[in-house]
Design a protein around this ligand. Structure first.
Ligand code: KG4
Ligand code: ZN
Length: 338
C-alpha cells in the first residue's frame, strides 16, 4: 500500500510517501522557521499563508522524490487534529482535493498519535502495551497505549507544554526560535548552578501523572533577569529541572501500570539530555525504551502516512468530505469523533 501523508498542524508543511513494503519513499519538510524567528514563536496567520503557498510544491516534490505519480497512491492520510486551526484547514482542504481528484480514500490522523507511532516506522511489529511520553511544542502528556486506538489518557500539562517553555526561556535569553535545540546545545557547555523547581515531581495524588511547567518557566525567567548567571548555566539548570520531571513521571507510570515499555514522542524527544537520562533510568529499571530517530521527532509527513496506513489496515476507517479539522481533540476521544 502506498500512502501520501500530509501534515500542516503547526508551522511546517510536511508531506511524505510511505510504502508498506519498502518504507519511507520520501519525506519533504518545508520549514517556516525563518519567517517565525522574528516573532519568537509561530505567527498563526503567516503560518497559514505559507501552508497555502507551499502545499502543492511540497506534494509535487514528495511524489518526485519517491519517483511516483498521484496515480500510484492508494490512500491519503491527513492530520485532522489537534493543532493551529488555520494551519490545519489548509492541509485538510488540500487533502480533500487530492482525495477527490484521485478518487482514493481519505484517512484522518491525530497528530499526537502520529508522533507516537513514528517510533515504529520500519519496525516489524508494534509491541503493546506501552506508556507513551508525548513532549512537543503544544503537548506534554502520558498515555497508556493498549493497542491501536486503545488509549488511556493518564495525565497532561495543567498549563504550558514543555516545548513551549523551552521556546519561551530561549526567547528570554535572547536566543533564536525554536529554542529547544539551541538550549539543548548551550546546556552542554553549562552547569546546573541554579536550583530550579521541579513542579509536581513528588505528587502522589491526582497530579501524579500531570505536569506543570509555568512555575519553572517563571522561576527561570526571574533568574535570567537577575543577570548574574551565564546563558549556558541557565540553560543547563532549566534543562535539568525539566528533564528530571519528565523522566520521573514516565518511569512512575511504567511502574504503576506494570508496563515495561516506554515510547517517547514529539519534538522535545530530540533533546539529548532527555534521551540520555531516559536511557539510563530505563536500563536501570528493565524498561524497553523507544525514541524515534531525530528526523522523525519533529513534525513530519512520514508519521502521518504511517499512522494513516495503520488506521486503514486496522479499522478501514475513512472520512467524508464534510469532516472538519479540529483545534482540540484528546487522543482518547479521537475514535468517537472520526
Ligand atoms: O512536535 P513538534 O515538532 O511540533 C509540535 O507539534 O509542537 O515540536 C516542536 C517543539 C518546539 O517547542 C521545539 O523547541 C522543541 O520541540 N524541540 C526541542 C528540541 N528540538 C525541538 N526541545 C528540546 N530539545 C531539542 N533538541
Ligand atoms: Zn508535533
Amino acid at each position: 500500500m502506498v500512502v501520501l501523508g500530509i501534515e500542516s498542524s503547526c508551522d511546517d508543511t510536511s508531506i511524505a510517501v510511505y510504502d508498506s513494503q519498502k518504507g519511507i519513499l520520501s519525506n519533504v519538510v518545508s520549514s517556516q522557521v525563518k519567517i517565525h524567528e522574528a516573532w519568537g514563536g509561530v505567527f498563526p496567520e503567516l503560518a497559514a499563508r505559507e501552508h497555502t503557498k507551499n502545499f502543492i510544491p511540497v506534494v509535487h516534490k514528495a511524489l518526485n522524490d519517491a519517483n511516483i505519480t498521484l496515480k500510484d497512491i492508494d490512500i491519503i492520510a491527513s492530520t485532522f487534529c489537534p493543532g493551529l486551526i488555520i494551519s490545519l484547514v489548509v492541509g485538510v482542504s488540500g487533502s480533500k482535493a487530492l482525495s477527490y481528484i484521485t478518487d482514493k480514500p481519505l484517512v484522518p490522523v491525530h497528530h499526537i498519535e502520529a508522533h507516537i507511532f513514528a517510533n515504529f516506522i520500519g519496525k516489524e511489529d508494534i509491541e503493546y502495551p506501552f506508556i507513551a511520553l508525548v513532549v512537543s511544542g503544544g503537548h506534554t502528556e502520558l498515555v497508556l497505549v493498549k493497542g491501536f486506538e486503545e488509549y488511556i489518557y493518564l495525565g497532561g500539562t495543567l498549563d504550558d507544554a514543555v516545548g513551549e517553555v523551552y521556546d519561551k526561556v530561549a526567547r528570554a535569553l535572547g536566543l533564536g526560535f525554536p529554542g529547544g535545540p539551541i538550549i539543548d546545545r548551550l546546556a552542554k557547555e553549562g552547569k546546573e548552578i541554579v536550583k530550579l523547581p521541579r513542579p509536581l515531581i513528588h505528587d502522589k495524588e491526582e497530579n501524579r501523572f500531570n505536569f506543570s511547567f509555568s512555575g519553572l518557566k517563571s522561576a527561570t525567567i526571574r533568574e535570567i533577569q537577575k543577570g548574574i548567571y551565564s546563558k549556558e548555566d541557565i540553560a543547563a539548570s532549566f534543562q535539568n529541572a525539566a528533564v528530571d520531571v519528565l523522566v520521573k513521571k514516565s518511569i512512575d507510570a511504567c511502574k504503576e501500570f506494570k508496563v515495561n515499555h516506554l515510547v517517547v514522542a514529539g519534538g522535545v524527544s530530540a533533546n539529548s539530555k532527555l534521551r540520555e537520562e531516559l536511557s539510563k533510568e530505563c536500563e536501570k529499571e528493565g524498561i524497553k525504551l523507544d525514541i524515534p530517530p531525530i528526523f522523525l521527532c519533529t513534525d513530519n509527513g512520514s508519521m502521518v502516512a504511517y499512522t494513516g496506513y495503520l488506521r486503514y489496515k486496522n479499522t478501514g476507517k475513512t472520512v467524508d468530505y464534510d469532516f472538519e479539522a479540529l483545534a482540540r481533540c484528546r487522543i482518547d476521544r479521537f475514535k468517537e469523533i472520526f
